[in-house]
Design a protein around this ligand. Sequence first.
Ligand SMILES: O=C(CO)[C@@H](O)[C@H](O)COP(=O)(O)O
Length: 201
Amino acid sequence: MEPTIFTWTSWMETLCQILHSVIPWSNACETISSPFDIYKNAYFETHMMVNSPEQWIEPMADAGVNLYTFHIEPVKDVCNVCRLVQESGMKVGLAIKPATKVSVEELARYMEVADVVLVMTVEPGFGGQSFMADMMPKVEWLRCNYPNIDIEVDGGVGPKTIECCAKSGANMIVSGTAVVGAPDQRQAITQMREVVQRYLK
Ligand SMILES: O=C(CO)[C@@H](O)[C@H](O)COP(=O)(O)O
């Protein structure tokens, strides 16, 4: 398990996360495929905040996405969507939002097919929201029961909140505003990665 810092900034080190709330959905696929011309070694995750994730699997796989993360709340047959994602060649990410009716314990039934679990620390919608520390028990429960799975946190994460996330067990970090607004973006990413590494040991 490695610390991975995902960030949404013009300076891509590891990943470009395409949020339909950030990019008008009409041209998301074109937007995704265009960075590949520039960032040939980047690892691309799409965080699908959509009601029908199965509808976008093929376009995202064709655009070159590596990790397809979708919210399980609106999906009736999660295992089927996971299977379709795997068959497309992408990794499977399962996301739950703060005000969800899905308990983190219910995720247990999908752990055989999931590669990543994303615990949202803001309500999906837009960047720059405040970090919700009361989401950390979900991360702690996951890390305690699934010591080797990748656990991602997303929303309000930055140098001031990274310690809380890493201590709870998160090893995949999405950071938007905190990196984009940092005077030194590389330093902000490096600092967060070092904190996560400290807890991974
Ligand atoms: O998915 C979302 C919001 O819908 C998050 O990815 C945020 O957009 C990340 O931005 P910051 O909260 O780090 O600014």
